[in-house]
Design a protein. Sequence first.
Length: 269
Amino acid sequence: MKTPQKLKNQSAIVTGADSGIGKAVAIALAEAGAKVLINYAHNQDAADEVVNTIKDAGGKAFAYQCDVSKENEVKAMFAAAIKKYGTVDILVNNAGLQKDAKFVDMTLEQWNTVININLTGQFLCSREAAKEFIKRGVVEKRSVAAGKIICMSSVHEIIPWAGHVNYAASKGGISMFMKSIAQELAPHRIRVAGIAPGAIQTPINKPAWETPEAMDKLLELIPYNRIGQPADVGKLAAWLASDDSDYITGTTIFVDGGMSLYPGFADNG
Ligand code: BGC
């Protein structure tokens, strides 16, 4: 069955859309009818592949390289999307990475890289999106909102994570960043929401699922007893970007098979 075209005539920017969750989000938005800028940092071939997948299915997309932590590059990316599609209706702040280290061994570079990409990148992209949304306002035939911003967070916005302090701090920061801009932008009819994925089977956490032993250990943390798939997150993003979720702003939805339910307490405590 064909996906209903709930994002018809809307255009979207998805950061870090060349792999993993970002790729699934871009494909889901395109299936719902959006034209999508596929942002990537390094891997042009992978980004082109996502574009081709979308085009083969009858959708519209183009690849655009930009480091989301660089102000000028982000501004240029928004200008490129606006030039190509006229405006931007949806931003999915997805680009993110891990630079894991024990806390006492963590270098300033590892700290800064993660905060710059994961948190500052969301600031820079959201600011450009909000300016465009406010300037344009609501265009009723596309959406009842003036724009939608989706911030990719993680269960680690609430679950502390030893050995990943930079990453957990960036995700905790995204939670408060998302809520604060949601409060500030709501009067402009701009909606902002967070998505907190748990363990989704992507390259970022390969060591956690690539062997049967690792997978068994991981499943102890997931009451629903399966690893998440990128499409689980893609479907949620498409819904959050659509008018079906029009009364939702300033909240984070967890898509984690129950990982955030303190599974260790199921038979303890
Ligand atoms: C991390 C993954 C991890 C998952 C659950 C995600 O935010 O990027 O590496 O598997 O959280 O712990």
